[in-house]
Design a protein around this ligand. Structure first.
Ligand code: DGL
Length: 261
């Protein structure tokens, strides 16, 4: 079984990609909805949550972990790897590398949580892969919470997204890196403001390919899916159709459960 987790609904974008790539794998998804959002929280808090959830999922039988959250990856993926040395751990990092390799204007933007935006891990990623382009790092406080409410067609949300992204486009940005898994579900409003001027860069499919490469035995199963959350688990099943992930519902082996992680 492969364990995939996030602070909330954002990691469902990664879960969907993994489910498509590995139809026979048993998948367990945990949303830490009692503590979402992570983005404005201190380092130690996020780290403790990542380790507690990792322990919980390994104890439940997961033989691989996917940290489907850029913020949690930046805070604690190395420590999680050290703690569960025999378990492959895949993290999620903003797609700086593909954006820097494909930009024509030489300007890319990374949209991320406050934590990821100021993280040393992102700074290193930019140094290593985007030294030759101008990288605009844009913290987007409140966006993950907006996704959690599932009011994605709210005109106020579209206006908020436009207010943050339009100035980046005016500065010549032609690649918008979705540096938070929640932002995959904002692709509609983001594409609307980007028009033909910028492409969205989402790493969910690339993460799924890495999971396929490393999964080994963990990929064997019956194609079951278990959803759990640390608060209001019933919202997970309700969220699937709203987020365009109705197909995942067919894989559910039981109703979403409360996770005591
Ligand atoms: N989905 C998460 C990420 O990829 C975190 C959102 C949050 O909890 O602030 O960064």
């Amino acid at each position: 079984m492969i364990g995939i987790f996030d602070s909330g609904l954002g990691g469902l974008s990664v879960l969907a990609a993994v489910a498509r790539a590995l139809p026979a794998a048993d998948l367990a998804y945990l949303a830490d909805t009692a503590h979402v959002p992570y983005g404005g929280r201190p380092d130690g808090f996020i780290r403790d949550r990542v380790l507690a959830i990792g322990d919980h999922m390994v104890a439940a039988g997961c033989r691989m972990l996917v940290v489907a959250c850029n913020t949690a990856t930046a805070a604690a993926v190395n420590e999680l790897r050290r703690r569960h040395a025999g378990v492959p751990v895949v993290g999620v990092e903003p797609g700086v590398k593909p954006a820097a390799a494909s930009t024509r204007s030489g300007h890319i933007a990374v949209l991320a949580t406050e934590f990821t935006a100021r993280s040393e891990r992102l700074a290193r990623l930019i140094r290593d892969h985007a030294g030759h382009v101008r990288v605009h790092v844009e913290a987007c406080p409140g966006w993950a919470t907006r996704v959690e409410t599932l009011h994605l067609a709210d005109p106020e949300l579209a206006a908020e997204v436009a207010a943050r992204v339009a100035p980046l486009l005016d500065r010549g940005v032609d690649r918008l890196v979705l540096g938070c898994t929640h932002y995959s579900f904002l692709a509609g409003p983001l594409a609307a403001v980007a028009g033909g001027r910028a492409e969205l860069v989402d790493v969910a499919e690339a993460v799924a390919r890495q999971v396929v490469r490393l999964a080994g035995e963990a990929a064997r199963g019956r194609g079951n899916l278990e959803l759990s959350a640390t608060a209001r688990p019933e919202r997970l099943a309700a969220a699937l159709p709203v987020l365009g992930l109705g197909a995942l519902a067919a894989r559910l082996s039981r109703p979403p459960a409360l996770a005591r992680a």
